[in-house]
Design a protein around this ligand. Structure first.
Ligand code: HEM
Length: 224
């Protein structure tokens, strides 16, 4: 670890993120394996379509638990718009779509990231509810179960589409970002560019944790 790096996430945040991410991706892959004949080979790899469904359903439970923790830890930072600043960000689309001289500053998460969080949280809950009903189809009226298949498929399209944007912007599209979810330590330059308001907040209330320096609030000194 390089001296001077700043802590952006704690290990709990990273563990929850990867539990959510991995379970979500397994669900997408196994779901596709059930939905389309051309993807049935995914079931064959897992010992048949029956085991594929088991993997899918039980991963769904793992996803539900991960989503619960994701929403609990991030809803304040990623689920609520910070007005009027976020409105300014929306008006220029965060500078992602056309040239903008000065992109409005973002806090821990910008509106694009908040949108992804809300899609995952909202459609994630829909996936869990519709999935649970589809798990025991005979316990519910047939018309209801039929609608569940429709909403389950729609939710998949929404989450899967957003995932590719997230994957791109979390890696090559925004160099340095992936460190926030791998080691948790990021450069000051990255924070200044991606989350300037958050950096300032941490500096102001003394919660900024710099690698190689004393932890804030850990006693004497003030970490210079
Ligand atoms: C497998 C590839 C993935 C990579 C490389 C990745 C990377 C990242 C990174 C770097 C961040 C922090 C960004 C920042 O602080 O600016 C982040 C946040 C986040 N990730 Fe992922 N992620 C992946 C998959 C997923 C999946 C599959 C989900 C959801 C089902 C997910 C949900 C989230 C959420 C909700 C956040 C919070 C902020 C936001 O909305 O962007 N991630 N991810």
């Amino acid at each position: 670890m390089r001296k001077g790096l700043i802590k952006a996430t704690d290990s709990f945040e990273r563990i929850v993120h990867w539990c959510l991410a991995i379970s979500c991706l397994i669900l997408c892959i196994t779901g596709l394996g059930m939905m389309f004949q051309s993807f049935n080979f995914i079931g064959t790899l897992m010992g048949g379509l029956k085991s594929l469904k088991y993997v899918h359903n039980f991963t769904g439970i793992f996803f539900a638990v991960s989503l619960f923790f994701t929403i609990r830890m991030w809803w304040r930072e990623a689920g609520v718009l910070d007005l009027p600043d976020d409105w300014e960000w929306i008006k220029v689309a965060g500078g992602y779509l056309w040239h903008v001289d000065k992109v409005p500053e973002a806090g821990k998460y910008n509106v694009g990231q908040k949108a992804f969080f809300l899609v995952v949280a909202g459609f994630g809950i829909i996936m869990i509810l519709t999935g649970l009903i589809m798990w025991s189809p005979l316990s519910f009226p047939a018309w209801l179960v039929r609608w569940m298949f429709v909403f389950h498929a729609l939710g998949f399209v929404a989450i899967f589409a957003f995932f590719f944007i997230h994957l791109y912007l979390g890696t090559v599209g925004s160099p340095g970002s992936v460190d926030a979810m791998l080691t948790g330590w990021v450069t000051r330059a990255w924070l200044k560019k991606q989350h300037p308001k958050w950096l300032r907040e941490m500096e102001e209330n003394g919660t900024l944790e710099v690698f190689g320096e004393e932890k804030p609030g850990a006693g004497h000194g003030h970490g210079h």
